[in-house]
Design a protein around this ligand. Structure first.
Ligand SMILES: Nc1ncnc2c1ncn2[C@@H]1O[C@H](COP(=O)(O)OP(=O)(O)OP(=O)(O)O)[C@@H](O)[C@H]1O
Length: 297
């Protein structure tokens, strides 16, 4: 569990993070989304005790990060995959961390295996690693102590499509086994594919948060049938408001309610989907202008 309460960070007059509150529950992946400079990294650094908040507080499993006796056993953190000692091999880096956390050395081999770094890669110095390999090593570091919580800042950066697919599976599996994941990204499709909940930040403030499917359904549902008149009647009988749109009918209800109304009337559907182009549209709408503001600051 991660709890963030009214976190604020000011650098000079302008707040980088402004009164941010959210919770990440066990068993879920929370996607932390926002344009560049929105305040994602600063929020994560405050959760991990690396940046002192101007106001507010954050806890991991009920404690401020700095009060955790052996933090790596409770929460795995990957904030910057490039910030690893370039002169050490991947295996050395993990072995040192294992000693620091008081872990059995066998964990090193297990985690190298888990993140797909083979024996040859493990013997190479980190300076020779691609960004994707550094992300994998960073994930191995984060998961080394078998923590219950993962905090990952843009972990998909540098991974190829296959790597992104792999990481999605790894995080899904971690959450399905009761883990808590907070994952930041500007890769909207990546977050849409793996997250259960979304926290969207723009200009340091939360602009939307909640269940991913509910947020996506917020813009209504587009529905289409070959027999448009029958569909109209079915929706009207169900008390749903429909309006013509370029690619079908736009209904102010979620897909389940629309599908049920059509099924009850025996109308075959040709299309049923959330309106507004998915998360990308939501993201762009909610954060409109924030990147521009950031650029001119
Ligand atoms: N140490 C610092 N000193 C001054 N300003 C800072 C500092 N760290 C962050 N900021 C500012 O705080 C704001 C939020 O930055 P932050 O790095 O948290 O955003 P972000 O959402 O993680 O963006 P990105 O994806 O580009 O890293 C930005 O305006 C940034 O310039």
């Amino acid at each position: 569990m991660i709890t963030v309460e009214n976190l604020t960070k000011r650098y000079g007059p302008h707040p980088a993070v402004d009164d941010v509150s959210f919770q990440c529950e066990p068993g879920t992946v929370t996607g932390f989304l926002g344009p560049n400079g929105a305040g994602k990294s600063t929020t994560m650094r405050m959760i991990c005790g690396l940046t002192t908040p101007t106001a507010g507080r954050a806890t991991v499993s009920g404690h401020p990060y700095r009060d955790l006796p052996n933090p790596g056993r409770e929460v795995g953190v990957l904030l910057d995959a490039s910030a690893q000692h370039a002169g050490r091999t991947g295996r050395e880096a993990l072995t040192l961390s294992a000693y620091t956390m008081g872990l059995d050395r066998r964990e090193v081999a297990a985690k190298l295996d888990l993140v797909g770094l083979n024996a040859v890669a493990a013997k190479r110095r980190v300076r020779a690693y691609s960004l994707g390999m550094r992300q994998r090593l960073g994930l191995a570091q984060a998961m080394l102590g078998d923590p219950r919580v993962l905090i990952l800042d843009e972990p998909a950066n540098g991974l190829d499509p296959e790597g992104i697919f792999w990481m999605r599976g790894l995080l899904r599996d971690f959450a399905d086994r009761g883990g808590t994941v907070l994952l930041s990204s500007h890769l909207l499709r990546e977050v849409e594919a793996v997250a259960d909940r979304l926290v969207v930040i723009g200009g340091g403030r939360i602009v939307a948060q909640g269940d991913k499917n509910e947020l996506l359904a917020g813009g209504g549902t587009v529905v289409r049938a070959r027999d448009g008149a029958a569909l109209h009647r079915a929706l009207s009988v169900a008390g749903l408001t429909a309006a013509d749109s370029a690619d079908g009918l736009l209904v102010q209800a979620d897909a389940e309610a629309v599908g049920q109304a059509a099924a009850d009337a025996g109308v075959a559907l040709a299309e049923l989907r959330p309106a507004g182009g998915g998360l990308e549209q939501l993201f762009l709408t909610l954060t409109a202008g924030e990147s521009t503001k950031e650029a001119v600051r």
